[in-house]
Design a protein around this ligand. Sequence first.
Ligand code: ADP
Length: 435
Amino acid sequence: MVKICCIGAGYVGGPTMAVIALKCPDIEVVVVDISKPRIEAWNSDTLPIYEPGLDDVVKQCRGRNLFFSTDVEKHVAEADIIFVSVNTPTKTRGLGAGKAADLTYWESAARMIADVSKSDKIVVEKSTVPVKTAEAIEKILTHNSKGINYQILSNPEFLAEGTAIEDLFKPDRVLIGGRETPEGRKAVQALKDVYAHWVPEDRILTTNLWSAELSKLAANAFLAQRISSVNAISALCEATGANVTEVANYWKQVIKINDYQKSRFVNRVVSSMFNTVAGKKIAVLGFAFKKDTGDTRETPAIDVCKGLLGDKAQISIYDPQVTEDQIQRDLAMNKFDWDHPMHLQPTSPTAVKQVSCVWDAYEATKGAHGLCILTEWDEFKTLDYQKIFDNMQKPAFVFDGRNIVDPEKLREIGFIVYSIGKPLDAWLKDMPAVA
Ligand code: ADP
């Protein structure tokens, strides 16, 4: 029986391994992690991450051929194929801070593999890593090899959070990169055989190592560019002719534009509400970075909430999947600590007083002056907006950061509506944003 071990029970490792276990009953899959609470959650009824369909897949194979464990070394030693999907956050200090990937977790995982292995291994790179990481990892492994043969493969993940299970069931492509030597080809074939249990042959593409690594980075870059272009254009639509200079150099300013979108949104909220939100209750609907996930890493909601808190608003947040604990932690953290689950900072006392988290959209909006929609959860489309309006302060404002409400319908109820990238309400035109 082939044994797979996956290091890192996160958003990538967890769902991917659950689907492999479901589709390959003849393979034993063990997901290991150094985080005890994470593994405990994977073994409980409340999984540590939310993905539509994930519960069901885990229920079907957990205890059969899918296991979650903190005994990292034992399972690594026993495995034939080791997937590495540890976190690769952005570096917070030193050279490349704020830009380069921090490979600390990857490196320590590789050193551990070298320490405990007693048989030949196929090591699969699953996290998004800089090109040539495989070569660095290969060096760590072979320099400590004790005669063991390691084959490094790159098998980048293209799944999207919120549709991970669907994407894994029906991938448009599976990319496997490996060395172009006889041993390398054999390793590629072994991983191909795993996916071939459910993915049609013609969708499994094999390349050399570097092409596979680069494809993932290129896909991420295109995605970021697409988002920034849309953001830039939406700013143009609102301004119709004015301030084109702010968007003209956007190709060079990919990240800046995405930040600009967030500060523009906060500025709209503040300027529409008579230039101050101090002491006003603002309801925030949605905190996750997109619908159908509880993931908050890099969510625009963090910056928007921080912006509102900076202007002394009282915010009341409702998200169907994000816990209060997570929200308070995100709002207390520095920008580049988001992806460091192991170095959490204590919650700041000011944030606690100004922020409350509730489990219901009506509760969040009760008595509020304004309502901001920051995640496109389907349930926000069908809320009883008349009821919400009746319970809000007047004038009642809606700021839709995700274009999910029908502005005309809400205006009929009596709201003043701002929907990003759409023509402005007469009210808002008279109060130009200061951005
Ligand atoms: P991703 O979104 O890429 O899946 P996550 O941050 O959700 O990333 O998950 C990465 C997981 O890897 C975390 O749960 C972390 O505890 C785990 N991890 C990091 N380093 C190691 C290691 N050396 N051994 C085992 N698990 C690790």
